[in-house]
Each structure stands twice: as C-alpha cells, then as structure tokens.
Design a protein around this ligand. Structure first.
Ligand code: M6R
Length: 368
C-alpha cells in the first residue's frame, strides 16, 4: 500500500504531481475559474473589497502564499491569520469581505469557528478543503475542493501543494470577477499553473540527494530556515515539518529580519536552509539573499541552499546545493517545498521515529 516506500509520507510526496493535476482539473474551463459550489451571486463576488484567509498549521502557510497572488492579481487587500487568533479578536468584516477558510480535513475546530464567526458578521465564506462534504465546506457559501486524494501521513504534503494551487485559482476567480485581468491573462496564468505538475515531477529527482543530505543533518541541535517573499512561507513550512516529524528545534525566518535578531543564533556548524529567489525573475532579492548567506557563513553556519538550476551566482556560497527547476516566482513554492518535505521525513527516519504518525499529533484537530 505504501507503493514500495518505507512510509506513506514519501509515497504522498511522490504523488504531488498527480495531486496538482487533479486539483486543477475541471476548475478552469471556458476561459474562467469554475468553483465546485458557488452560492455567492456574481454581483456580490464582484463587490468583494477585502479578503481574510484563515487556517491552521500547514494550511495557514499555504494561506500566506495566497496573499502574494491575490493582492498582485486583484488589487484588494488580503490579511492572512491563524484561525485560532482570528476568532478571538474582533476582525472588521462585512458583506464585502471574503473569508477564505483553508482546511484539508474540513473539520479543524478553530477554522470552523472562524467560519461561523465570519458568517455572523455577514462576510462571504469560501472554503478550500480536501474532504468532500466535511463541516467547513458545508457551512460555507462557496467551495473549491483540492482533489489530492486521501492523505495518510499526519504531516501534510500533497494537500499543501494542492492548497497553494487552489488559492491561486481563487485569486484568478476574483481577478476575473473584478475585471483586473483580461481573459487572455487568465488563460496565461492558468497555463503556467498547469505546467507545474511536470516541474514537481522533475524536482522529485532531488530525492536521493536530499536523503543523503539528511544522513548528515540528523545530529544537528537545531536547523534554521530562511526565505524571502514567497520563500518566507516555505521557510516556515520547512521548519514546521522538521519540528513535527524529527522533533528538532527548527525556526523559519524572513531573511530580511536576520539582522533584527535571528543572526545572534548563528554558531559554528549550525545548518541553515536558504530558499533562493529566482536569479533572473527576482534579481534584486536574489542579491540580498546572497549577502545574507555570506553573513551567516562568516559566522560559521553550514548553508544548505535551495536554488534554481543554473544559478551560478549562489553556487560558490553554498555548502550544500539542491537545485530546483526555474518556474515563475509565484509558483516557486510548489517546487521549493518538496526538498524540505523529504529532508524532514528522512531526518525523522534516521532518528528512528514513525514518520507517518508523529508523537502528540492527530491528522485532524477537532478540539481546541
Ligand atoms: O485539516 P487542516 O488543514 O485544517 O489541518 C490544519 C493543521 O492541523 C495541519 O496542517 C497540521 O499543521 C499538519 N500536521 C501539518 O503537517
């Protein structure tokens, strides 16, 4: 059942191209995005002028990425908030607000309560879920299902990539309704998304390299993850995976914050995983990350760099280099997350832990 793998999570990591294909299938036709359920009128959808994304854990990290796409494409402000925080403050919501609730299980207590709160405030709620007929979609006004298939591993992998794709589809649906993108631009963005399963398939070639790297990292006291722009949520996700599977101290930081505190943590031999932006697509940020790497290397860090194939600029500064295919900036997390999933799972395996069932965790958190 594990498809010849030692644990389900590796099988699920390898299923990611297919999970993405299935999530995209049927959700774009006739030049526009098609949701699975849509009970928000066209007029109301067009009038949305504020978006809140609420979720927990890995789903929250996918939500952080939604902000980059939706603000860029639709020119409406997007706030991303942990569901457990959102529901206990007094967020400003109204009929023109769209609350996007992301939950793989569709049953997470905090996300469900956030949905209920939003509805009492007359906000429109759109659910992104992997579970047909679960509670969060049932209580929402619109639904987009990720068709990633069942995920056995407690750590989210293929559902995370599918959530990112689903978020971007919601961004395109809003852009379409608001007229901030022409039909040919929507087609173009969708075709870039549709090319991602192939890119993810090719990043799976890095698995043996990352497995080998993991054998050399399992004794580390802590691991830091640095990223910027869309690489920042990826850094947070990489750190979460390592915490939950390998029980190691791991933190994700926005690279621009390094000098505001985290650099004090750098000591001899500390592994730091760095997400490099595209060398061509994002050259100004690329240069900043290179100087961050130099700063931490000078203080003894061991740099594990995730960079685009052909990025010769960063190569001399990488103690370890993992190459990923070059893709459009917003889509980079779909490929750059994959080596971090493998890294966490393999470190956990070397440390003798149950990768599919980490201690103290449940697949679906239905209590607060
Ligand atoms: O089912 P949900 O997407 O609502 O679950 C949210 C989190 O509990 C979940 O993503 C959790 O963080 C995973 N264990 C991460 O791997």
């Amino acid at each position: 059942e594990k498809g010849g793998h030692d644990y389900f999570m590796l099988k699920e990591i390898e299923e990611q191209p297919e999970a993405l294909t299935n999530t995209l299938r049927g959700h774009f036709s006739g030049g526009g995005v098609v949701l699975d359920e849509q009970r928000i009128s066209e007029q109301d959808f067009r009038d949305i002028n504020k978006v809140f994304v609420v979720a927990c854990g890995t789903a929250y990290h996918s939500g952080l990425l939604a902000k980059y796409a939706i603000e860029h494409w639709c020119r409406i402000p997007v706030e991303v908030e942990l569901a457990s925080e959102f529901r206990y403050r007094d967020p400003v919501l109204g009929r023109d607000t769209l609350v996007v609730a992301i939950s793989q299980s569709g049953e997470t207590a905090d996300t469900l309560e956030a949905v209920r709160h939003a509805r009492t405030q007359h906000a429109r709620v759109l659910a992104i879920s992997n579970t047909n007929g679960s509670q969060i979609p049932r209580e929402s006004d619109a639904v987009l299902y990720t068709h990633a298939g069942p995920e056995i591993g407690v750590a989210a992998t293929k559902t995370f990539l599918s959530q990112i794709a689903a978020n971007y589809l919601v961004g395109l649906a809003l852009a379409q309704a608001r007229g901030t993108k022409y039909a040919d631009e929507l087609e173009h963005e969708f075709s870039e998304l549709a090319a991602m399963p192939e890119a993810v398939r090719s990043v799976l070639d890095t698995v043996p390299r990352v497995r080998d790297l993991a054998t050399r990292m399992c004794e580390a006291k802590a691991v830091l993850f640095l990223g910027r722009h869309v690489g920042y949520p990826v850094a947070l996700e990489g750190a979460l995976k390592l915490k939950e599977l390998a029980y190691m101290h791991a933190e994700g930081f926005a690279a621009g914050e390094l000098k505001h505190g985290p650099i004090a943590l750098i000591e001899d031999g500390l592994p730091v995983v760095v997400q490099m932006p595209s060398v061509k697509g994002n050259s100004h940020l690329h240069a900043k990350l290179v100087s961050n790497i130099r700063e931490i290397q000078a203080r003894g860090a061991r740099t594990i760099v995730i960079a685009e194939e052909g990025d010769e600029v960063v190569r001399p500064f990488a103690d370890e280099l993992v190459e990923i295919p070059a893709v459009p900036t917003l889509l980079q997390p779909l490929v750059s997350t994959v080596p971090l999933q493998v890294l966490a799972a393999e470190i956990a395996r070397h440390r003798g832990f149950d990768v599919d069932k980490p201690r103290n965790l449940a697949k679906s958190v239905t209590v607060e």
